[in-house]
Design a binder for this molecule. Structure first.
Ligand code: LLP
Length: 430
């Protein structure tokens, strides 16, 4: 098996790491570190793999913006025909700014504010995925006041175990997400009678980084059982939204392919006499952008332990740039950009400069390292930059998109002064 987990990564004859044919050492030289680097090709091929897996079957891919919301990435997905799954007014504005089509936007999230609902209705978005009875009432009231009819789905919680990290599991009855599936028929009945609401679909999302298709099929089955109840009540739907969550390979996972995922849900949905006529919406985030990105970082110092303790490689990226290892104990592959094939290998803790013991990017990695070496953290295209913070007054990394052999800066590194530019010292303190 290719020791590099993704097809768009490669090495030159002298072992230099390439992303879509571009040497990452050149990217570091031109743009500095830490830098997120994304391959347009990889995003497009993931999108096409998913879309093509549907064949002629009607569907809509709504990219989960939270995974990576850079304007360039939203724009390139919009050009491919993607819709968008958003969770805030901020994401709505971002998608519209990048040229996303409002009618292909679905709005998820348990805590939509009034102003966010107003903005969504004013923009003419495709669907609000409603997560509680209280939210349904609020949306109805706002639609009434605005003289609009709000398109809604109920996001149901099917109580399916996604068998993923507890922080990113969302479809269990103890999670805050969605409406318990057994409460949904009564709420659908209420919504169908409401002149300010247009019931357009059913929605569910059970979790993220799923490495098995069974929970997806189980959730689809439960959604169809609910559909049967709605049909009996004369409630007609226009789409079925089965959420996102397809996992990727970070190290040795063997996630389903795009085809496995699509076939697993289509086989179930198309066996249903009514559901087979409805478009299927999916809300993938990680699958589309995760493998496409690396976080490029440089070793600042090596701190080998003189006896038998831990040895630390201190790099210039930190938990504020890439939170996944610190937050979820995620294990992400770390590859040397310019390896030393004959160098002595040691076991390193790969850590950042932030003043927290939790600031690590990788534990116990066997690498032949030297000071100033470049490392690439793989699978960093999703939930990398989008979760970055300015903790320790660290400007967030630059973002670079590789497109057809050319590097485009799609967000420059944040200069330190920009981090306090909006802060105000009251006059009496000056
Ligand atoms: N739809 C909804 C309603 C969601 O809540 C999510 C993710 C998605 C779609 C997209 O899921 P995906 O296809 O990317 O798995 N920060 C975590 C992941 C959080 C996912 C939250 N919801 C991580 O870094 O692993």
């Amino acid at each position: 098996m290719n020791p590099l987990p993704y097809a768009h990564l490669g090495r030159t004859a002298d072992n230099e790491l390439l992303l879509d044919g571009v040497p990452l050492s050149r990217v570091a030289e031109d743009f500095g570190t830490p830098t997120y680097v994304y391959a347009r090709n990889a995003i497009e091929s993931a999108y096409r793999a998913l879309s093509n897996a549907f064949g002629d079957r009607s569907h809509q891919i709504c990219y989960a913006v939270k995974a990576n919301s850079n304007q360039a990435i939203l724009a390139l997905l919009a050009r491919l025909g993607a819709g968008f799954d958003i969770v805030s007014g901020g994401e709505l504005a971002r998608v519209l700014a990048a040229g996303g089509a409002p009618h292909k936007i679905v709005f998820s999230g348990v805590g939509k504010r009034r102003d966010e609902i107003e903005a969504a209705l004013a923009a003419g978005i495709g669907c609000l995925n409603v997560e509680s009875a209280a939210e349904l009432a609020r949306i109805s009231g706002i639609a009434h006041a605005m003289g609009r009819i709000a398109p809604i789905s109920l996001r149901v919680n099917p109580d399916v175990d996604a068998k993923t990290h507890p922080y990113i599991s969302t479809g269990l009855k103890d999670n805050k997400f969605g409406i318990p599936i057994e409460h949904a028929p009564a709420l659908y009945r209420q919504a169908a009678r409401d002149p300010h609401l247009d019931v357009v679909g059913i929605d569910c999302h059970i979790g993220s980084q799923l490495t098995d298709v069974t929970p997806f099929s189980d959730a689809a089955q439960r959604v169809l059982a609910l559909l049967d109840q709605l049909v009996l009540e004369g409630i007609e739907l226009k789409h079925l939204d089965l959420g996102g969550g397809l996992g990727i390979r970070y190290t040795d996972e063997t996630p389903p392919t795009a085809t496995d995922w699509v076939h697993a849900v289509v086989n179930i949905v198309d066996a249903h006499p009514i559901a087979r006529h409805l478009p299927i919406y999916l809300e993938p985030g990680r699958f589309l952008v995760g493998p496409a990105g690396v976080l490029l970082t440089r070793v600042e110092y090596l701190k080998p332990h003189p006896t038998d303790g831990k040895s630390f490689a201190i790099v210039d990226a930190a938990m504020n740039d890439l939170m996944r290892p610190a937050l979820y104990s995620s294990v992400m592959a770390i590859e040397p950009v310019t390896p030393h094939p004959n160098g002595p290998t040691a076991t390193w803790e790969i850590v950042g400069p932030v003043c927290e013991t939790g600031d690590f990017l990788g534990h116990a990695r066997n690498l032949a390292l030297q000071q100033d070496d470049l490392l690439a953290i793989l699978g960093a295209g999703a939930y990398g930059f989008s979760m970055a913070s300015n903790y320790n007054t660290r400007g967030r990394p630059a973002e670079v998109l590789i497109d057809n052999g050319q590097c485009h800066v799609v967000r420059p590194r944040e200069p330190a002064e920009s981090l306090w530019a909006n802060e105000i010292i009251p006059a009496h303190l000056l």
